[in-house]
Design a protein around this ligand. Sequence first.
Ligand code: ATR
Length: 285
Amino acid sequence: MGIIGYPLGHTLSPAFQGAALKHLGIDATFESWPTAPDKLAEKVASFRATDVLGACVTLPHKQAVMLMLDTVHETAREIGAVNWIVNGSKGKPDGKLTGHNTDAPGFLRSLKEEAKFDPKGASAVVFGAGGAARAVVFALRMAGVARLTIANRTVEKAHELAASMSKGRFRPTAAGLSRDDLADVVPYANLMVNTTSMGMAGGPAPEETPVTADLIRAGTLGYDAVYAPLETPFLREVERAGGRTASGITMLVYQGAEGFTLCTGQPAPVQVMMEALMRARAGRK
Ligand code: ATR
């Protein structure tokens, strides 16, 4: 097994996936495979070999790989992105490749199990309208949120995402990030999810938050898909307002745990993976 992306310098996946394989005594390794876009087709074709269980896919390949597979699972098709490629199924490689998206179920599992939050019936605000937002909005639709606003710097993108995710009674609204726009929705939300790169160490705006404490209702859950640092400016604002916080580090582990199970056919040792991830992070500082 392994992970493909480009560049891949920062990936923590080998550390926690490797720990899971070792813990269960599975005779396989999890490698880091930096793959430039012009080498992608060749690399994906190599996953058909009977000694490859599958691979995790990260930026910028999540869309491009979809054309190189035999089957793309419905969830991945609707989100428009694949983050795991599985050879065969459940630990039995057969040369047929299926694309999955475990970001959405991974996010829901981390909301429910780590943050103890059931999104059914919730009023939610999602900040951002990029790839991560797509998976989060899809997940929240699946989980039955009652109301959802997508708030993004570029409002047109929020409108586009809202329209493409609308289905049945699920009709997200779109907003910008101005104080006026947010004052109409944030005080009424009991779930907020940041999927923008605001607050990300090494990103374009490491000190910024999409919203400040004065608009946030006490008791609201703030979830940050950004996991480096663990405590982002957004989560600090949520805390100041008396809200609860959850870091996207749990989404990283749960998307990986779902992928691990798809590839190996075995339940993933989530706790072992989380501890290995924390050790790997600590070692990097
Ligand atoms: P990903 O796949 O990780 O979601 P992306 O598709 O590049 O990455 O999306 C990045 C998101 O962060 C977008 O919603 C972007 O807003 P725009 O659509 O307006 O570009 C948001 N973003 C990035 N930097 C930002 C900043 N400095 N302020 C506000 N939003 C920002």
